[in-house]
Write a protein that binds this ligand. Structure first.
Ligand code: GLN
Length: 481
């Protein structure tokens, strides 16, 4: 085979099995596409120079067994906040420029053990803080559907690489929407697993009670393939779910599927009219296919954005304390005091990161702790309980992934509040810890992709994938008719 990659992981697996393509064909197609396109798209911070060795490893794996390596020869990419021993990793920050990972993230270990070829690390907002990838210290990533627009963020490089056909899948991380929002903007599928479903070991931390690693792919079936590989108990992450936990919750609980729709979302003043219309049309299509649509009241949904922008900076500012020029940071000059080192190192943070450190230390400082942080924690608990009650009546909740389609580069980068408001529909799943997915639901007038999001009860990741596969098929036939 010469030319482009197959459209999906599933197709590539079949082609490999039938022998119509070889792993080296897939790898060269991926590298060729990157060479042709990435100067414009800017998805990759680095294309690894050891892909030939990786290919040799895959061939060895295939000689051993044709079945034991589900990703054998599949080219994928990883977000630049996942560690791979001996390779550079920066979280798109100047502070980590030149830093070499001392060990490998569990999710990456599992990709490699499954036979994947990891072709490179993808651009992101610095320390995963942002919704457009414009906060990267190194480069701009552009939306492959319209190069004048953002790919979303913070996993914008991963989403753009998958959408543009440079790789068949990629890993991102999602603290408040960073997998689902760029997936929606780039017209691909993004899964934010349940908190603890995928190990955080080797993920550069942002908000530790919110962070989760997950896949970005072209189809829901492909998301399942990657998720199955990376999910599972890991003794290196104290919050990882015990073995069997997800498997015991894999069944869709009810037929027909009961989908909840929240009036607050549809009436939301920030929701673009075209996104609203496409969302309602998608819900109609699900109803016509036999799903039961229920209007639900979800108390505190509106407040989750406020909770998130208190809890996340509190945790992020704590996590970033280690970048002090002693534990992490550039080499110190001879004769520098520790204070010089701290100052020089922390000056390397970008403006958005500094803003969040200030916010975080503010809400944690004595005098404000009770008013902000403790209150947000209490509200978080109440929201979780409200959500659990709603999930007694419905199997999934549907929301648009984002209030708008991809916005032009530069449109919001100097307006933090406008940027934060983009996260209104994605943060609820992180605040509650539940799984959520974004799948394509069509396009706006300008031809820009839009995302439909489903949330499911905690631990029901596989059931969510099953329901989403059905929805994906229904929406596709809606667009054909
Ligand atoms: N856009 C959100 C933020 O800026 C989410 C980031 C994320 O999920 N990593 O915080």
């Amino acid at each position: 085979m010469r030319g482009s990659l197959p459209a999906t992981i599933t197709e590539a697996q079949q082609a490999l099995r039938s022998g119509s393509v070889a792993p080296e064909d897939l790898l060269s197609a991926a590298l060729q596409r990157i060479k042709e396109r990435d100067r414009e798209v800017g998805a990759f911070l680095e294309v690894f120079d050891d892909t030939a060795q990786q290919l040799a490893r895959v061939k060895e794996q295939l000689r051993e067994s044709k079945e034991a390596f589900p990703l054998a020869g599949i080219p994928v990419a990883i977000k630049d906040n996942l560690l791979w021993e001996g390779k550079r990793v920066t979280a798109a920050s100047r502070i980590l420029e030149g830093y070499i990972a001392p060990y490998t993230a569990t999710a990456v270990v599992r990709l490699l053990a499954a036979g994947a070829i990891i072709v490179g690390r993808t651009n992101m907002d610095e320390f995963a803080m942002g919704s457009s990838t414009e906060h990267s210290a190194f480069q701009q990533t552009r939306n492959p559907h319209d190069l004048s627009r953002v790919p979303g963020g913070s996993s914008g490089g991963s989403a753009a690489a998958v959408a543009d056909g440079m790789v068949l899948g990629a890993l991102g991380s999602d603290t408040g929407g960073s997998i689902r929002q760029p997936a929606a903007f780039c017209g691909v599928v993004g899964l934010k697993p349940s908190y603890g479903a995928v190990s955080r070991s080797g993920l550069i931390a942002m908000g530790s009670s919110l962070d989760v690693v997950g896949p970005i792919t072209r189809t829901v079936a492909d998301a399942r393939v990657l998720f199955q590989v990376i999910a599972g108990y890991d003794p290196a992450d104290a919050t990882s779910l015990p073995s069997g936990y997800l498997e015991q919750r894999a069944e869709v609980r009810h037929r027909p599927v009961r989908v909840g729709v929240v009036p607050f979302v549809i009436e939301h003043e920030g929701l673009d009219a075209r996104v609203r219309a496409t969302f309602l049309r998608s819900i109609d299509a699900l109803r016509a296919a036999g799903w039961e649509v229920r209007e639900i009241d979800l108390p505190l949904l509106r407040e989750t954005l406020a909770m998130y922008y208190i809890l996340m900076p509190a945790e992020a500012s704590t996590n970033l304390a280690r970048f002090d020029g002693v534990r992490y940071g550039p080499r110190r000059e001879e004769g520098d005091s520790v204070f010089d080192a701290i100052k020089a190192t922390r000056a390397l943070f970008g403006a958005e990161v500094k803003r969040r450190i200030l916010l975080g230390t503010y809400v944690l400082s004595s005098g404000y702790y009770d008013a902000y942080y403790r209150t947000a924690r209490r509200a978080r608990r109440a929201f979780r309980e409200a959500l659990a009650r709603v999930f007694q009546e419905v199997d999934v909740i549907a929301l648009p992934t984002t209030p708008h389609a991809a916005f032009p580069l530069g449109a919001k980068v100097d307006d933090p509040l406008a940027m934060y408001l983009e996260d209104v529909f994605t943060v609820p799943a992180n605040v509650a810890g539940v799984p959520a997915i974004s799948l394509p639901m069509g396009h706006d007038k300008a031809g820009l992709p839009l995302g439909l999001q489903f949330l499911a009860p905690f631990g029901f990741d596989y059931a969510l994938l099953s329901v989403s596969e059905e929805a994906e098929a229904i929406l596709q036939s809606m667009h054909r008719s």
